[in-house]
Design a protein around this ligand. Structure first.
Ligand code: 5GP
Length: 121
């Protein structure tokens, strides 16, 4: 398991286009790209382009509310772009060791294209 850390992550390299990623959406605040190890036919990560202390949701403060709302709304836009609005989709945020978080730059997982299970394991 990854240890929580405030160091730069692989996502900074993706934001800065230093390593390739299959980017499906980008604006001034949010970047969305396909997960390298997809757990569903559609598996996209949405991240704030400026981390601003958000290593994970557990570090959220009131100043982050705008970008948090923007991430959720962008997830809906990307779900639409991926053709997921009719059958549905799942959003996941893993936080900390118990949440199996491995990259300490806040991200939403957008999963779709198959029936999900509940409760998650
Ligand atoms: P977490 O476990 O922190 O919630 O999710 C991190 C996700 O980032 C994992 O699903 C993992 O597959 C994905 N990931 C890690 N490194 C890379 C990378 O270099 N490129 C892409 N596209 N995804 C990555």
């Amino acid at each position: 398991l990854a240890v929580p850390s405030d160091s730069p992550t692989i996502f900074d390299k993706i934001i800065n286009k230093e390593i390739p990623a299959d980017i499906v959406f980008e604006d001034d605040k949010v970047l969305a790209f396909r997960d390298i190890n997809p757990q569903a036919p559609v598996h996209i990560l949405l991240i704030p382009k400026v981390r601003d202390g958000l290593t994970g949701l557990s570090k959220a403060e009131e100043k982050n509310c705008d970008v948090l709302g923007r991430l959720l709304y962008t997830a809906k836009l990307v779900a639409k772009q991926e053709g997921l609005l009719e059958n549905g989709f799942r959003l996941v945020i893993n936080d900390g060791p118990d949440g199996c978080q491995s990259v300490y730059h806040l991200h939403l997982h957008l999963l779709g294209g198959r029936q999900m299970n509940w409760p998650p394991g």
